[in-house]
Design a protein around this ligand. Structure first.
Ligand code: COA
Length: 259
């Protein structure tokens, strides 16, 4: 159904694999278009509880936006490219009410690092490499990288990485808080799925509200505390909250309907 993506839905977890390994999974127009469609599917398909984004092959997650598509663009074209990508893909992933995890299996450069950062959190293989090398090309990040990298690792480190175009390895990325866990390549997908499956045992409406609240905090949303109070209250109107509290008091495992 997709030309540039592979999708596999098992046990409620949709694994989306960006599949242009000969171009290190670079994000061309087709990939961006199809990522927009697949994320819409994650929102709307009730069978999908969590999603994992990864890249095909053992070399790259995504080595950036497809540089070959840049040569024909003027200022308006560049702005339109960034706007469309941010609105249809990167912001949609970040705001997705279902958890989206990046399983970074190699180079995550430029738009690839930005794609990983738009996910709710990241895990990486030992060979993963992260960077925002746009200044090598006379560019800056355009898919949210200046904002999300600063949110994730702080101003000074973000400035240095984006000014020097340096690449960092998985362990350094972990030390900076850019990735949560580092696994051997052979274990990356199984370990990522384990985390997704663990989240799927939790109350889905509450998990969606965690995503919204943490996004508020990361964005410096002035009404973040207020929104937390409102959403906390909303939880009391859910079947999940009744099930979760009853199950605790009855000393049994909760079974959430996501309502
Ligand atoms: N856009 C378009 N094509 C890309 C690409 C990108 N961002 N990244 C890699 N490719 C292509 C290469 O052109 C090459 O294609 P070819 O075989 O048709 O010549 C293929 O993917 C393999 O890449 P190659 O450069 O030969 O691999 P390498 O192991 O020597 O180097 C990288 C790997 C990641 C260091 C290198 O590909 C690179 O620097 N890529 C660009 C990273 C970047 O600047 N990203 C930000 C874009 S805004």
């Amino acid at each position: 159904m997709y030309q540039t993506l592979l999708t596999d839905l098992q046990d409620g977890t949709l694994v989306v694999t960006i599949n242009r390994p000969d171009k290190l999974n670079a994000l061309n127009k087709d990939v961006i278009e199809e990522l927009g469609h697949v994320i819409a599917e994650v929102y709307s398909n009730n069978d999908i509880k969590t999603a994992i984004l990864t890249g095909a092959g053992e070399k790259a997650f995504v080595a950036g936006a497809d540089i070959s598509e840049f040569t024909s663009l003027d200022a308006a074209g560049g702005e339109a490219l960034a706007k469309k990508g941010q609105e249809n893909v990167f912001d949609k992933i970040e705001n997705c009410p279902k958890p989206v995890i990046a399983a970074v299996n190699g180079f995550a450069l430029g738009g690839g690092c930005e794609l990983a950062m738009s996910c709710h959190f990241r895990v990486a293989s030992e060979n993963a490499k992260f960077g925002q090398p746009e200044v090598n090309l006379g560019l800056i990040p355009g898919y949210g990288g200046t904002q999300r990298l600063t949110q994730l690792i702080g101003k000074g480190k973000a400035m240095e990485l984006m000014m020097t175009a340096d690449m960092i390895g998985a362990e350094d990325a972990k030390a900076l808080g850019l990735v949560n866990h580092v696994f051997p390549m052979a274990e990356l997908m199984a370990e990522t799925k384990k985390i997704a499956q663990k989240i799927q045992t939790k109350a889905p409406v509450a998990v969606a509200k965690v995503i919204a609240c943490v996004n508020d905090a990361a964005r410096g949303e002035a009404r973040g505390f207020h929104n937390e109070i409102t959403r906390f209250g909303e939880c009391f109107a859910t079947e999940d909250m009744k099930e979760g509290t009853s199950a605790f008091l009855e000393k049994r495992k909760a079974s959430f309907a996501g309502k």
